[in-house]
Design a binder for this molecule. Structure first.
Ligand code: SF4
Ligand code: SF4
Length: 504
């Protein structure tokens, strides 16, 4: 349920009784010690070698595949099922509203009965941050809690913390248009305009930026003001008619996310949310300065993953997130709605990522709440409707936007785990096969992925942990993270928080 954008909520605690299971993914030493696994590893190595050799020939001629190819397949919509998504039915919105909890007691009752829980939905976010730290437990110490809370501080200071839970019209993402310049800047061409917008996004620290047409299929309708518990209309309440949605990606720190689901990881997740607020308000101001109406958005206004796909920034994945080449799922998505439409629009692209997810499933194995569909679920969990546990119970899947072909996850379970854990989890990001530091060979793999035979995808995914990637629930990662500050004075490799040398 990430990205439904979101995925979700934010912050994390794991007490000794927290239901975080040890990842079943073995390390290299374990693989080599166990004869059966050694045989498996050999096969993986042979498979991987074949993949590399097979791909090498195409790489020389196909470096441009890193740009992906235009996809005609997104979105696939079942018109019989599809309808606009009511903002009130997004989990993060629902759990933030006392009125909605009062209106739908059956939702909480059903979840608790079926999952055999006694979960208090409406107190969840408050409970999440009230877990005491334990300074003997790496990842759950006072230091980790401090990082987590500091990550949120820009949003808090701006009175915009609610935007993470879909509250529209906060100070960062204000609907006020009184500061729009009267004179409208005229660009020489649509390309000049798109380039200028993306240059501004770069200055404000986005790792990527794409531009999509406003598409009502992805907008929440009706909108909902959680603070005032009132329904809002695009036609009557929103200050202008949007034509364009500019999408930016804010990155999260590789080594920090690697500590998931510990509180440490929530430091970069919370910072990601703050970055969403800061960058969205800067970009909206830029558009207003050019004389056009603009409103920034984090998780509010519309579903971020489909907009990012429409803007050509990546593909939808099994873990519910956007996977973007180079940074994988380790990004937060922000949007700017504007009436400026003299631009070159981007379009959906593919790198074979969704296809890869059909043969992978590492995120589902790593998910401590069981929210992500596993490989052995019907269609591998890929379809127009959810097929996870209890999805055939009437009323259980109120949170899903059905009718779009994708992987459906049970965001309610995810949120439940966040509260028990004491903060956002991110294990599905940390464990993902596409979540890697920016080494040249990872770009190489991305380049050859579309031409690697599909039967080798599973081998590629399974061999990933043997190279040290994708482990979760490992206290050593938190200890390692807190030592990463060494070398920051000189930072000779110009490593930034996405673990890259400023490559975008
Ligand atoms: S791993 Fe599971 S519980 Fe953790 S954030 Fe992802 S979906 Fe939620
Ligand atoms: S771990 Fe595998 S299945 Fe899950 S999102 Fe990443 S690539 Fe897809």
């Amino acid at each position: 349920m990430t990205n439904e954008s979101d995925k979700k909520k934010d912050d994390a605690v794991q007490t000794s009784s927290a239901p975080v299971e040890k990842s079943s993914i073995p390390g290299l030493s374990e693989l080599l010690e166990d004869p059966s696994k050694r045989l498996f590893f050999k096969r993986v190595a042979v498979g991987g070698g074949t993949a590399l050799l097979g791909g090498a020939a195409s790489y020389g001629a196909g470096i441009h595949s890193l740009k992906g190819k235009v996809s005609e397949e997104y979105p696939q919509i079942d018109e019989k099922l599809f309808k606009p998504k009511d903002q009130r039915d997004v989990v993060l919105n629902f759990v933030s509203s006392k009125a909605l909890n009062k209106k739908h007691p059956e939702r909480n009752e059903q979840y608790n009965r079926l999952q055999k829980k006694e979960f208090n939905w409406v107190n969840g976010i408050k409970d999440m941050y009230s877990k005491p730290w334990d300074n003997s437990k790496p990842g759950y110490t006072q230091k980790d809690r401090a990082l987590q809370k500091a990550g949120w501080e820009p949003l808090n200071l701006a009175g915009s913390r609610g935007s993470a839970n879909l509250q529209p019209n906060t100070p960062f993402n204000t609907w006020d248009q009184s500061d729009v310049e009267k004179e409208q800047y005229q660009f020489e061409s649509k390309k000049h305009a798109s380039d200028a917008i993306k240059s501004a996004a770069r200055v404000f620290g986005a790792v990527k930026c794409g531009i999509a047409k406003r598409d009502k299929r992805w907008d929440y309708d009706p909108l909902y003001d959680i603070e005032n518990e009132t329904e809002l209309s695009w036609e009557k309440d929103f200050p202008f008619e949007p034509k364009t949605v500019i999408v930016l990606l804010a990155s999260m720190d590789y080594d920090c996310i690697a500590t998931a689901p510990a509180w440490t990881a929530d430091g970069t997740a919370a910072d990601g949310y703050s970055q969403m607020g800061v960058k969205a308000t800067q970009m909206a101001k830029f558009l207003k300065g050019l004389g056009y109406h603009a409103v920034g958005a984090g998780n509010d206004l519309g579903s971020s993953v489909p907009y990012a796909i429409m803007a050509g920034l990546g593909e939808g994945a099994r873990n519910g997130a956007l996977i973007s080449p180079g940074v994988g799922p380790r990004v937060r998505i922000l949007k700017i709605y504007t009436d400026f439409d003299f631009v070159e629009y981007d379009s959906p692209h593919t790198w074979g990522i969704t296809e890869f997810c059909l043969s992978c499933g590492k995120c589902a194995e790593a998910c401590p709440s069981g929210a992500i569909p596993k490989m052995d679920s019907e269609n591998g969990g890929y379809g127009f409707e959810p097929n996870y546990e209890f999805s055939d119970e009437p009323g259980y899947t109120w949170n899903n936007h059905i009718g779009i072909k994708k992987f459906y996850s049970d965001a309610k379970k995810c949120y439940n785990f966040w509260v028990e854990n004491g903060g956002a989890c991110s294990a599905c990001i940390a464990s993902c096969t596409f979540n890697e530091p920016d080494f040249w060979h990872h770009w190489f793999i991305m380049a050859i992925n579309p031409v690697v035979p599909k039967f080798l995808h599973a081998s590629m995914a399974l061999s990933h942990p043997a190279f040290g990637y994708g482990h979760t629930n490992d206290p050593k990662r938190a200890i390692k993270f807190w030592k990463m500050g060494e070398g920051m004075r000189t930072n000779l490799g110009l490593k930034n928080n996405i673990g890259t040398s400023n490559k975008t």
